[in-house]
Design a protein around this ligand. Structure first.
Ligand code: FE2
Length: 423
């Protein structure tokens, strides 16, 4: 079974990554940053977690306001370092853990937390700034991450209480995962700082100290504060510290603090803490009962013939192919596709199997492989085939045979104004 080995709290200011990249270890102004992370490095080295569940927020790098969500769970196989304006930092990509992420998604959804899912998005300094100082990576990262991006930038954002409760559900989700895995929960952000407006430069060390004390001993009190109260005490951007409540909620009622460091060099305090459980955590249902309950929504669907729910499994496996087909909504992309798709297959790094499926328009095999139907209807529209052709082909029938099963003999597609339907 998977096991939570403890929790880490860390600021995620870009300063931390900058200090590392600029090799400031011996500079007295920067040295306290590295001192603060040494116990974290040692703890991670000693505990050897297989996975870090990494709670952070993106800073309008990979997540924009065309679609902004509260809790975005990373379900992908690998995460690259984001370019935030001057090229990505020179760090290797880090592996994800799609199977654990899928289990967590299923469990949290069953507990009525509404998540969104992401993959193939690079992670910005919210993740890699502290991660690069915590975990060695010159020869590759020692483990994987499951990132959780919390939307704390566009109001209304999740409440502190929602974050704390999410942590409790997260614990059960992780510890019911059947594989033997050691998981550490890492929460990032804060502490008190403000970076915008006339109040830019606001800090509040006494509040930071009180926050850390409450987080350790009485986290429920922190979950009762409003975002405005966090902003008043810790600056508006400092309110992102509600993410630490997710980590704390995933730990026992009583924790022991193994480490705490605080250093305020410029705009944002650089803070690190390590907690481990110090009281038992008892589950109200057995792992088997819990897994049965969270699997209930899709239980039995496998018995429906010719039915393939678009699960995270399929989404991760067929991501490149679906992404390729999705780009057919771009006029220039589909123009090139109709002229000569071969160089585009190479650019998109599609496998031979994927290329073959698209070339042959093998609608049934595309579904079996993991393409979602709503991208097949786009491909059909582009190549001048109707939806009815696709339905018939998926059933292994001719169009005429399939039409006999319909009440009216109509043909349609989603081609819009570009419709040029082959009869
Ligand atoms: Fe942040």
């Amino acid at each position: 079974m998977a096991r939570i080995v403890g929790g880490i709290g860390s600021s995620h200011t870009p300063t931390i990554g900058f200090a590392l990249d600029a090799k400031k270890q011996a500079d007295p102004v920067w040295a306290p940053i590295f001192e603060g992370y040494k116990p974290v490095q040692r703890w991670l080295q000693e505990k050897r977690p297989d996975v870090l569940f990494f709670i952070y927020n993106d800073h309008v790098t990979s997540f924009f306001f065309d679609h902004y969500s509260h809790f975005a769970l990373g379900v992908g196989a690998e995460y690259a370092v984001a370019d935030e304006g001057g090229g990505p930092r020179n760090l290797p990509p880090i592996k994800g853990h799609p199977a654990l992420a899928r289990h967590i998604a299923t469990a949290l959804t069953a507990e009525e937390f509404d998540l969104s899912y992401f993959q193939a998005k690079p992670l910005d300094h919210g993740c890699f700034s502290p991660l690069s100082v915590m975990w060695p990576h010159d020869a590759g990262w020692p483990g994987a991450i499951v990132p959780l991006q919390v939307g704390v930038l566009e109001f209304p954002i999740p409440t502190a209480r929602r974050c704390f409760r999410l942590g409790g559900a997260l614990r059960r989700a992780i510890e019911s995962y059947p594989e033997d895995l050691k998981v550490a929960i890492v929460a990032t952000g804060g502490l008190a700082h403000q970076v915008h407006g006339e109040r830019a430069g606001f800090n509040n060390t006494p509040w930071d100290e009180e926050f850390l004390d409450l987080l350790e001993r009485r986290p429920e009190e922190l979950s009762g504060l409003t975002i405005a109260q966090y902003a008043e005490r810790g600056g508006l951007e400092g309110a992102e510290v509600i993410m630490w409540l997710i980590m704390r909620g995933a730990l026992a009622t009583k924790v022991k603090k193994l480490h705490s460091a605080y250093y305020l060099p410029s705009m944002t305090p650089i803070v690190t803490v390590i907690y481990e459980d110090d009281s038992p955590v008892t589950a109200v249902e057995s792992d088997a009962e819990f897994r049965e309950r969270i699997g209930r929504e899709l239980a039995g669907v496998e018995r429906l013939p010719g039915t393939y729910p678009f699960t995270l499994d399929r989404s991760v496996k067929a991501y490149r192919l679906n992404h390729f087909l999705h780009r057919l909504i771009e006029p220039e992309f589909r123009r090139r596709f109709l002229a000569d798709p071969e160089p585009m297959f190479a650019e998109a790094a599609l496998t031979d199997e994927e290329r073959d499926l698209v070339r042959r328009r093998d609608w049934r095999a595309l579904i079996h492989y993991g393409a979602i139907f709503f991208l097949l209807e786009k491909l059909a529209a582009v190549v001048g085939v109707t939806n009815l052709h696709v339905y018939a082909a998926m059933r292994g029938q001719t169009l005429e045979e399939f039409q006999k099963t319909r009440n009216a003999q109509v043909l349609y597609s989603v081609a819009g104004q570009g419709a040029h339907i082959k009869q």
